[in-house]
Design a protein around this ligand. Structure first.
Ligand code: GDP
Length: 488
């Protein structure tokens, strides 16, 4: 339909790879239903220097076969195992094992936890199933060819969403006493949120994993990017190193594997892109998330200072005489730069966008570059699980991920998702602690990877209070959250 960009536009869209599989990361397009997902065929994403390792490619193909086989058997969850269903002539079937991802928190958090759960599934020979309680199926295409990643309807939304801290099946908490009937004995509920305790955190210890290994079904509720924590589990470490020779590319690769905007979201993205972003020499993305209900003037100042100090955008001529001189020079074509810079602002408020745009309308830039400033939406406040709202959130993340340069807000998983999908180490705008512009105003991230905000204390590994970053050189403290850890 009208969504297809013209070939002229395609040139400018920096198509990632001619083969459309992103270097073997995605299954061959012919494996998928044709017409099922325009974004997979037309992806606009930036070309990436991070190629998937051969081992990762093989693991994904093996996973896809496993997923197709096991997804159809998932409806048997909770049913008593009966030997009579297997014909005598058939060899006993290989066991299927599952990780169920429970929808929880905003979209950025969801992308964090989906990548974390998917990597865990790859490492433990489980398949990942996605809770249907939210609008995930309307926002994303099915990532695995010829099957579905949604929890089968036989397992009710009420059951999945009903699991919580008080569930007797909570890992390391519930009574392990007799009385377990077959349906509860076969699963554990893993609770990895801001309210997790040291019992839950045994998930990141070898002994915890041995215990979980006995359960065919795991239901995980989390709002954290737990991937850096998986590197502390001895049995996974060698495998992780082979799968990801570039440690900072974990989310980048798995995110591009899993997250393809649905056709509804894709229409919004491509129409916005074509109208406002396609024709530029450089795109600068500014993601603004202040965790405050009203716009914050000091944060606008912080952005402007960051941009100026690090020369991320051209300077505007302020003095009236200089403006006249500059305009005369440009009229004579002596100084005119042909460069077009597009600034994509995302925020819940229009305030920052309006002010930044005014700056570039108030005078010419010193080098004559044109700077246009755009913001696709301003939703006012978070309305997670309202489809129209989540559509805009996902579109904003995707459009940000097309940027060549990124400024992101510290602490925000929304920004983490955009930077990691982009493959760009952003300039992070730290959160102010006193309502003043912080110093430094921004810091360049050491990698594009998201931060694990609440790393486990790892009592099984290191003395209490020690910094996990002292054990593995590629796991370091985050730039924005001091006690957080990230892969570099
Ligand atoms: P975090 O809270 O910044 O870590 O990010 P989350 O994505 O988990 O939660 C914030 C939610 O607020 C998003 O999912 C959106 O629903 C909404 N939101 C926050 N910032 C923006 C924005 O810039 N654009 C849009 N469209 N929605 C936003």
């Amino acid at each position: 339909g009208g969504v297809l960009p013209t070939s002229h536009v395609l040139d400018e869209l920096k198509l990632s790879d001619a083969d459309n599989t992103l270097g073997g990361l995605l299954a061959d397009l012919s494996e998928f239903d044709s017409n099922s997902c325009a974004s997979r065929a037309q992806h606009l994403q930036r070309k990436t220097k991070f190629k998937p390792s051969q081992e990762l490619v093989q693991r994904l193909r093996r996973y896809e076969a496993q997923h197709r086989k096991c997804a159809s058997r998932a409806k048997d969850f909770g049913q008593p195992k009966s030997g009579s269903r297997v014909h005598d002539s058939e060899a006993p079937e290989e066991e299927c094992r599952y990780v169920v991802w429970i929808a929880y928190s905003g979209l950025g958090n969801r992308l964090m936890t989906l990548v974390s759960a998917f990597l865990y599934a790859l490492l433990t020979n489980r398949i990942l199933l996605v809770d249907r309680s939210s609008d995930m199926s309307k926002l994303f295409c099915e990532p695995i060819p010829r099957t579905s990643w949604l929890v089968p309807s036989e397992i009710t939304v009420e059951f999945v969403q009903g699991l919580n801290e008080s569930s007797p099946q909570r890992f390391r908490h519930g009574s392990s006493t007799a009385g377990d009937n077959s349906s509860t004995a076969e699963f554990s509920y893993v609770h990895l949120t801001h309210t997790s305790d040291s019992g839950d955190e045994m998930f990141f210890c070898d002994s915890g994993q041995q215990q979980l290994d006995t359960k065919p079904w795991l239901f995980i509720k989390s709002n954290s990017y737990t991937v850096p924590g998986l590197f502390f589990i001895t049995q996974f470490r060698a495998d992780l190193s082979v799968l990801f020779p570039d440690k900072e590319a974990v989310f980048h690769l798995l995110g591009r594997y899993l997250f393809h905007p649905s056709d509804a979201v894709w229409g919004w993205i491509t129409r916005f892109h074509k109208s406002y972003l396609a024709h530029h020499d450089q795109q600068v993305g500014i993601q603004i998330r202040t965790f405050d209900d009203s716009p914050l003037p000091y944060f606008l100042e912080q952005i402007q200072e960051c941009v100026e100090q690090h020369e991320l955008l051209p300077k505007v001529v302020k003095n009236v005489d200089s403006i006249r001189r500059s305009e005369e020079l440009q009229l004579q074509n002596l100084q005119a730069s042909e460069k077009d810079i597009t600034v994509l602002v995302t925020s819940l408020h229009p305030y920052y966008y309006e002010n930044l745009r005014d700056v570039y309308l108030s005078g010419p830039t010193e080098g004559g570059e044109s700077v246009s400033v755009h913001q696709p939406s301003h939703e006012g406040w978070q309305k997670t699980n309202t489809f129209g709202h989540d559509l805009k959130a996902w579109a904003d993340i995707y459009l940000l991920s097309l940027s060549d340069v990124l400024l992101t807000s510290g602490w925000s998983t929304f920004g983490y998702s955009a930077q990691a999908l982009a493959g760009v180490s952003p300039w992070i705008l730290p959160r102010s602690t006193d309502g003043q512009v912080p110093n430094p105003v921004c810091v360049k991230a050491r990698s594009m990877e998201p931060c694990f905000h609440r790393p486990p204390l790892l009592k099984c590994k290191i003395p209490e209070g020690a910094n996990p970053a002292t054990i593995l050189p590629y796991v370091q403290p985050c730039e924005d959250v001091k006690w957080g850890i990230k892969l570099i």
